[in-house]
Each structure stands twice: as C-alpha cells, then as structure tokens.
Design a binder for this molecule. Structure first.
Ligand code: AMP
Length: 225
C-alpha cells in the first residue's frame, strides 16, 4: 500500500514541525517545496535564481517550475511506498499538476491512498510566530523563540548547528504570504473536501497536542481514491 499525504494550512501553522515528525513516524520521505526551493537558491541554480524573485516578495513561484521539481522528487525510489508532501499543492493549477503527476507515477501501482490534511488554526498569532521562527542551518530542526526556544542561544539542541532566520520570515513578507495563501491556497480546502479526501485537524495548541490529533487521524485510516 502506497500512502500519499498532502498538507494544507496557512504559513507557520505548524505543518513543517508536524509533517517532519510524521515522516519519521511513518518512515516516508518528507518533501517540502519551500526547502527544495531554498536549496536551489543556495546552489545558485537557474531554477533557484528564478524562484528567488518570487520568494522574496512572498509570492508563489511559477507552477511550471515547482511542478518540475516535484515530479522529479516524487519519481525517486524512496517515494515508492508514499510520501509526505508539505507545501505543495498551493494553488488550483498545482493541484491539477499533482493529479497528473500521480496518475503517471502510479500507473503500475496497485493500491494507494491519497489524503489531504488541513491544519485549521487561529491566524491572529501567526505573524508573531513567523518573526520568532529560527531553523538549524545543518539539520533543519525548527525552533521558535517564543514557545520552543533552543537551550543555548543560536545553537541547535539536536546537532549543535547554527540557528538562522529565513530571509522571508519578516513581518512585511509574512503579510504578503498570508495574502497569497488566502487567494491561491485556501480554495484547495473546498476542492479536496469535494473530492472526499480531506481531513481537518485543530492546529491550535502545543506541538504535542497537535501531534496527538494528527496521529489519531492517520491511524484511523485514510480515505481511499
Ligand atoms: P514555505 O517554506 O513553505 O513557507 O515556502 C516559502 C516560499 O517558497 C513561499 O512563500 C513561496 O514563495 C515558495 N514556495 C514554496 N512552495 C511553493 C509552491 N508549492 N508553489 C509556489 N511557490 C512555493
């Protein structure tokens, strides 16, 4: 059985933290388009240079570019039992691309489950969360200075790496990212609900509280398409 999960929710709703944990728990690859794009930027590839123009404004990078990256990634051998997709799709066009990609990739797969999980959260607190977010430059562990601070200032508890702040985690760019989310991504909640594959979780509360709710949903079984 191949298990495919996608996650919907506004910026800083906790998807990154929870999906990383879920990927470890289910032993599936965690595929996060934001990190894939930031890696392209770091390596100064042509795709990265193009993506940077959009990321720096809090806009979505063009669908063709991100779909190509996703198709390459989902075709790799480690995705044969499924994947945890974090940050894709983020628009109707991307949702259509994902269906197309899955149809191609799964043409010889006998049995697979597709599930969309929506993190429903009170958005008032999220800009504050974004400006306090830090991540490890080595292992990617996510911290928050307000509610999940590292033991030692600027140093990752897990691997001792240096903690850095994402360039787009400023108040100005965060506001633009929320606008993009509301216009482009939020309609996908209805789209996947209508397909009968959507589960919603209350994403308010502590990391452990949300994790429990997520596990409940995952363990109760996933809608089959
Ligand atoms: P994230 O790390 O998920 O917050 O994403 C950071 C930025 O990367 C977003 O604000 C977008 O500019 C870009 N990005 C990430 N995922 C996508 C996607 N699926 N489609 C287009 N742009 C994306």
């Amino acid at each position: 059985m191949k298990s495919e999960f996608i996650f919907l929710g506004p910026p800083a709703c906790g998807k990154g933290t929870q999906t990383t944990r879920l990927a470890e728990y289910l032993r599936l690859p965690h595929i996060d388009t934001g990190s894939l794009l930031r890696a392209e930027i770091k390596n100064q590839t042509p795709a990265g240079m193009e993506a940077k123009l959009y990321i720096d404004k809090g806009h979505l990078v063009p669908v063709e570019l991100v779909s190509k990256i996703i198709k390459n990634r989902l075709s790799q051998a480690d995705c044969k039992n499924g994947y945890i997709l974090d940050g894709f799709p983020r628009s109707m066009g991307q949702a259509e691309q994902l269906t197309k990609i899955n149809n191609e990739i799964n043409k010889d797969v006998e049995d697979y489950k597709f599930s969309a999980i929506y993190f429903d959260i009170d958005t008032d607190i999220l800009v504050e969360r974004i400006v306090n977010r830090r991540s490890c430059s080595k292992c990617g562990e996510i911290y928050n200075l307000a509610f999940k601070a590292p033991k030692q200032d600027g140093i990752c508890d897990k691997c001792g790496g240096e903690l850095t702040q994402r360039k787009d985690d400023t108040k100005e760019i965060a506001v633009s990212r929320f606008e993009t989310y509301n216009n482009e991504t939020a309609p996908l909640v209805e789209y996947y609900k209508n397909m009968g594959v959507l589960e919603t979780i209350d994403a308010n509360g502590t990391i452990d509280e949300v994790w429990k709710r997520l596990l409940d949903i995952v363990e109760k079984g996933i809608t089959k398409v």
